[in-house]
Design a protein around this ligand. Structure first.
Ligand code: ADP
Ligand code: MG
Length: 274
């Protein structure tokens, strides 16, 4: 076990008394991609804010083996890139290029390195032609991708995404999904809080179910078939899997539960053959 993120006994109470996290424990291996699922108010955003030290609760957070504390905070912030749900929280410079350059400049990279990282990050999110534009005049989907670029330009080892596909149209959603796949192939450890369970099989090897504490943590295909557990939290099984779970329960389908369209097509062929 070689964890990128380790959380031990993490609890957090907001100043108004709301207990958002209550003894959270988990550990995420380097290079894996994990989806963070839970109902509204489960503490997902609160947890993510702890992973680069924007909030400090009780308990221990370790990043790449080092415990988060005052002394390691600047180091932690170089390793962990956090993309907020609302892109307006991340974009504040007069041009997109300056926003994307802000992080790497702040890390003290040379202007040459800054330039390389900025053009790479803009390219990866598909905004190369927009470098000179004012971020606040971009469309919502472009702003979401711009916010992602401001973090990618620092080339973080660990990437934390808070609802990266929320309010995006299907094409932009597809682009974010392939981007996550691409970053995972490069070895980045990725933790994504996500609302839409249908997207989870495409982006994550493992699922962390949170409801102020960890309810379940395991391989995507094992967690996302637990209909009762998910329903109890107000969550759904992905639509394709849900259909085949019903067929299996009714004795009409004996095989593995499919999660993707292609898997569903071969599962249907098996049913027809029978
Ligand atoms: N700034 C805040 N002050 C007080 N309570 C908060 C604040 N932010 C979030 N909360 C509360 O903490 C709990 C967890 O919120 P959050 O982490 O945003 O959940 P999620 O991201 O899973 O929807 C909720 O009950 C929410 O109302
Ligand atoms: Mg949230």
């Amino acid at each position: 076990m070689n964890p990128a993120i380790e959380v031990v006994g993490l609890s957090y109470r907001y100043p108004d008394g709301t207990v958002a996290l209550d003894g959270v424990d988990f550990s995420i291996e380097r290079g894996s991609s994990v989806a963070l699922l839970g109902p509204n108010g489960a503490g997902k955003s609160t947890l993510l804010l702890h992973l680069n030290g924007l909030l400090r609760g009780e308990g221990i957070v370790r990043i790449l083996g080092r415990e988060m504390e005052e002394a390691t905070l600047p180091w932690v912030r170089r390793q962990v890139g956090l993309v907020f749900q609302d892109p307006d929280d991340q974009l504040f410079m007069p041009s997109l290029e300056e926003d994307v350059a802000f992080g790497p400049r702040n890390l003290g990279l040379s202007e040459r390195e800054v330039e390389v990282n900025v053009s790479w990050a803009l390219k990866v999110v598909g905004l190369t032609g927009m470098a000179g534009r004012c971020p606040h005049h971009l469309s919502f989907g472009q702003k979401k991708r711009a916010a992602l670029a401001t973090v990618l330009s620092m080339r973080p080892e660990v990437l934390i995404l808070d609802e990266p596909t929320s309010n995006l149209d299907p094409r932009s959603k597809g682009e974010v999904i392939s981007l996550i796949g691409e970053l995972k192939r490069r070895g980045t450890t990725i933790l994504t809080a996500i609302h839409d369970v249908n997207i989870v099989p495409a982006i994550a090897d493992q699922v962390l179910l949170l409801d102020r504490k960890v309810v379940e943590f395991g391989p995507t295909r094992e967690v996302l078939v637990k209909r009762g557990l998910l329903k109890g939290l107000g969550l759904d099984v992905p639509a394709i899997a849900d259909l085949f779970i019903s067929l299996k329960d009714g004795g009409q389908y004996p095989g593995e539960i499919p999660f993707t369209r292609d898997e569903a097509l071969s599962a249907l062929a098996q049913i027809v053959d029978r």
